[in-house]
Design a protein around this ligand. Sequence first.
Ligand code: PHE
Length: 504
Amino acid sequence: MQNAASTTLPPTGSGTPGDRAFFGHPRALATLFFTEMWERFSYYGMRALLILFMTSAAAEGGLGFDNAKAGAIYGLYTAGVYLFALPGGWLADRLFGQQRAVLYGGVLIACGHFTLAVPGLFTFYAGLVLIVLGTGLLKPNISTIVGQLYSATDERRDAGFSIFYMGINIGGFLAPLVCGYLGEEIDWHLGFVAAGVGMILGLVQYVAGLKHLGRAGIMIPSGFEPAAENRRRQQIYRRLAGGLVAMAGLAGLLAAGWLPLTVVELANATLIIIAGFAIACFAYMFAAGGLDTGEKQRLGAIALLFVFSWIFWSGFEQGGSSFNLFARDLTDRVILGWEFPASWFQFVNSAFVILLVPVFAALWLRLGKRQPAVPVKFALGLLLLGAGFAVLTVGANIAAEGTKVGLGWLVVVYLLHTCGELCLSPVGLSTVSRLAPARFTGQMMGLWFLSISLGNLTAGQLAGKTETLSMAQIFFWVFVVSSAAGITIALFQRPIRRLMTVDP
Ligand code: PHE
C-alpha cells in the first residue's frame, strides 16, 4: 500500500449543494443509479439461475453437479464477488481512479456473462472468474463515487445512498423475472445472455452520463516525474500480474486435486484467510498508512463497524440459503389451489426495499440533524435482524411439530430484515465513504466489502449446519448473537460517535 502519493481526489462534494436535479440529489446520482441497477440486474439474474443450472441434469442442459458441490461453488462465488472488491478498490486508488475502474469492471462483467452463455465447463468457470474480477472493480468503486458527490457535512449523503440502494433493488427485482424465466423456461444460456445484455445497457448509459460525474472518481496526477511515475505504475502492474499468477496457480492446484481439501474445509480456510487479511489491512493502514490522529480514530470506528456488518450479513444473507430451505420444506405455499415455487420468496426483499426506500430516505431527510447517529442505526439494523430470527425460531418450532406454517411468517421476517437492511447497509456505505482517509477511499470501500464477503460465507456455513442442528436452534442462536450485537453497539454509541467526528 505504498505510493500513496498518487491518489484519487478527496470527497469534494462535486455535486454542489445546489445540484438537486435527481430527486433533490446531484444529477450524477442518476447515472450511477442506473449503472448499478443494470449491474445488479445482471448479477442477481445470473445468481437466480446459477444453482439451478449447476444441479440440473446434463440432459436438461445443466451441469449435473450434486448439491454439495454446487452449493460450495455458489458460496465461494458469492463470497469471491465481494472479496475482490479489495483489489478493485486498491487498483482504483492507485491506477485507474474509480470512474475508469467502473467502466473496466462493467466490460469484464459483460464478457463474463457472454462467456457463461457458451456451453461447456471451461467457459462456465472462466465466466464466473470474469464476473468476480469485474464486480470487484465495479461494485465498491461505484459506491465510492456516490460518496464523492457529497461534501463531508452534506446531510443528503445517507439519503443519497438510500436512493442508490433503490436502483440496486430495482435491478434485483426484475432480474429473476427476466433472466430466470428465459433461463429456466427456454434455455439456460439465453438467461446468461440476458444478464450480459443488461450489463451492456448499463455500460452504454454510464458512458453517456460520464459528463455529469465531473471530477468525482478521477485520479489526480501523482506529482511524480514521468520516470518515477513509470516505475510506480510498473511496480503496480508487476504486483497485479503476480496476484493473477498466484490465483491461477491456486485454481490449477484445486482443479488438479493436488490440494486435498473438502469443500467445507476450503470454506473454513477461506473464512480465516479473509478475516486475517482484513485485520492485517486495518493494522497496516493504522501503523504505516501515514495517518494523522483524527484519521486513525475514524479508521478505528470503521474497524468496529466492520465487525457488526459481518454479523449482520451472516444473518441477512441466509435469505438465499436457509430461508430458501425453510420456504421449500416448512412453508405452506399454496395459494388458490396452486403451489408457487419456493424461489419466489427471493423477490420479497427487493420488493420491500423498493417500497420502503422512499420512506426511509424521506425520514432521514426530514429528521436532518436530529436523525439517529450511525451506531444507533447499526443497532436498529441488528435488532431488527434479531427480531426476524426470533419470529422464524417460533415458526420453525411450530413447523417442527408437523404442520407447515403460513407464508405470512417469511413475509414478516423479510419485512423486518429489509427494515434492518435499510438502517444498516446504505448507512454503512455512506459512513465508510465519509470517514475513509482521503488517500484510501477506494480500498477502504473494498475493505468494507470484505465484511459482506465474510457474511456471505458465514451465512452459507450456517445453512450447512442444518444437517446437525435443527433449524429452530440455528435461528435461535442467530437471534441471540445479533440482538446482543445490537445492544452492545447501542451501549457504546457515544464513544464510537466520538471516534467518528470529522472536522468540516
Ligand atoms: N443487496 C445488496 C446489493 O446487492 C447487498 C450488498 C450490500 C452487497 C452492500 C454489497 C454491499 O448491493
